[in-house]
Design a protein around this ligand. Structure first.
Ligand SMILES: CC(C)(COP(=O)(O)OP(=O)(O)OC[C@H]1O[C@@H](n2cnc3c(N)ncnc32)[C@H](O)[C@@H]1OP(=O)(O)O)[C@@H](O)C(=O)NCCC(=O)NCCS
Length: 166
């Protein structure tokens, strides 16, 4: 079976860096540097085998990254930033980027993916709200937006504690 989409998804390559940075600036503005999730990622390279871009013809249209973190003592991944250029919004690329990244993480043996984002968007993709207090971030985060996906059955129940760098 073949599914026709208006975009192509491939692994992020080194030469995508400038286009991704420009998309992050457009999508999140300078405030992104102060976000707790940004600070958790600061100085930690994203996993190049688990980070993807979306191309619409010859135009760069979106990107998602997964970065190693710890939740308490357990290894986990932080998903983000996820961004799709407004010119290509609503065509399914955002959800597809998340799905491809989660599939790759599962195939690589990862068990937990955390993110800060909107539950209405990420819930159908496998993310659930973290019970308040179970996982804490090293900075301010709206507890309703702290979401966790388990890539192995039961993995989320044991995930607790303060998040930090790996
Ligand atoms: C959020 C974002 C990645 C969505 O990308 P996209 O490719 O347009 O998304 P998709 O096509 O996969 O999904 C579109 C659907 O999600 C919905 N949606 C988009 N953002 C949403 C949000 N924040 N909360 C709930 N639903 C949302 C749209 O209304 C649309 O619904 P429909 O399918 O019923 O019409 C993109 O709008 C973006 O980059 N926004 C700015 C950066 C951002 O907020 N990133 C997420 C950080 S957590």
């Amino acid at each position: 079976m073949m599914i026709q989409t208006p975009y192509l998804i491939r692994l992020e390559l080194a030469h995508d860096a400038d286009a991704i940075e420009a998309l992050h600036e457009l999508s999140f503005g300078p405030g992104r540097f102060a976000r707790t999730a940004f600070r958790l990622r600061e100085g930690v390279p994203h996993d190049p085998d688990l980070s993807f871009v979306a191309l619409f013809g010859d135009r760069f249209g979106g990107a998602v990254r997964l970065t190693p973190i710890r939740i308490g003592d357990d290894p986990a991944l932080l998903l983000g930033p996820l961004a799709v250029h407004p010119d290509f919004a609503g065509r399914g690329a955002g959800k597809a980027l998340v799905g491809v990244a989660l599939d790759a993480a599962r195939a690589a043996g990862h068990k937990l993916v955390l993110l800060v984002g909107d539950h209405p968007y990420y819930g159908p993709l496998g993310f659930a709200r973290v019970p308040v207090g179970q996982i804490t971030m090293p900075g301010p985060v709206d507890p309703n937006r702290l979401l966790l996906a388990e890539l192995a059955p039961g993995a989320a129940g044991g995930a607790r504690g303060l998040c930090g760098k790996p």
